[in-house]
Write a protein that binds this ligand. Structure first.
Ligand SMILES: [Ca+2]
Length: 309
């Protein structure tokens, strides 16, 4: 599963449909989820309607992004994993020689604690597993076959797991870890042993959707950004069906032109629960999302709203 090549043909076939794969040629030229920081950013994607594609029951709801706030984000952070817990952002950054685990102030972007990883490690997705014995952060690596286990409180490494294949995104649904590897398959893993316990193929309008990258589980939906695009999809983990799509190209346009020249792709979704327990709206949960990208100098607080007619 993890060894199979990316479904380029499928991605390209989907381009004129619901999803738009921005700068498909440029994306295909990249080496992997890390990509070189010099790679040009994906251009703002064009939106395309899903009319006439697949069976209507399979078509996702098309949402649009509303930007609520902009905050600083360390521009040297090649964001690969992002989550919010107890008022702090925890962030995994990639690239060999630059991979880190960070605890970040979500308002100011200040890096409060940083753990530098060996130069041989290319870090990827990040998930929090709560435990009575102490919460653990689990950090994937791209091609090292290692998942690093950290004590969340001390940010000290306390263990590691080995796995086969690539590591891209990771999230926790309260019982299972959910992992992406660049393919259209999400793998469920035991949070204690990291052993696979199942998998589901993600489909959009009946077609496999590959390049699923950073993940965020929110109240029964797995949100994933699709690598090389500005598209975020909501996935039903029981069926693998994409139930919602939202294009975040607007965020790229909000960066200054000079900033936009240096950035890489959108990557990093964290959920921020509403402090007052407000209405869930289209995302099915009460809260907002914090979104950024690789080498982006900004982090955006956004909500996903019904598309205006
Ligand atoms: Ca996340």
């Amino acid at each position: 599963m993890t060894e199979r090549p990316f479904s380029f043909a499928v991605v390209l076939a989907l381009a004129p449909m619901v999803l738009t794969v921005a700068t498909a040629a440029g994306a295909l030229a990249c080496a992997g989820p890390g990509g070189a920081p010099e790679e040009p950013p994906a251009r703002p994607a064009e939106r395309a309607r899903a009319s006439g594609v697949g069976h209507p029951a399979d078509l996702p709801t098309v949402l649009e992004v509303r930007v609520l706030d902009e905050r600083p984000h360390a521009p040297g952070a090649f964001t690969q994993g992002l989550l919010l817990d107890d008022g702090f952002l925890y962030e995994s950054t990639g690239l060999n020689g630059r991979s880190t685990l960070r605890k970040v102030d979500p308002t100011t972007g200040e890096v409060l604690v940083q753990r530098d990883l060996p130069a041989t490690i290319f870090a990827e997705g990040l998930a929090l597993v709560p435990s009575a014995d102490g919460d653990r952060l689990i950090q994937l690596t791209w091609q090292n076959g290692l998942a690093l286990v950290w004590d969340r409180e001390r940010l000290e490494q306390v263990g590691e797991y080995r796995y086969s294949g690539e590591g891209w995104g990771l999230t926790f649904d309260g019982e299972r870890l959910i992992m992406s590897d660049g393919s259209s398959t999400l793998t469920f893993r035991d949070p204690e042993t990291f052993e696979p316990t199942g998998e589901v193929e993600v489909t959009l309008a009946g077609h496999p959707l590959s390049r699923l990258n950073e993940l965020e589980w929110v109240d029964g939906t797995v949100w994933a950004n699709v690598w090389g695009s500005t598209t975020v999809v909501g996935i039903d983990p029981a069926t693998g069906k994409v139930t919602a799509t939202v294009d975040l190209a607007d965020l790229v346009t909000r960066l200054d032109p000079a900033e936009g020249l240096r950035i890489d792709v959108l990557n990093g979704i964290a959920f921020r629960p509403a402090e007052n327990g407000g209405q869930g709206g289209e995302t099915g949960a009460a809260g907002t999302f914090l979104v950024t990208g690789k080498l982006w100098p900004r982090l955006f607080e956004v909500s996903f709203e019904p598309k205006a007619r």
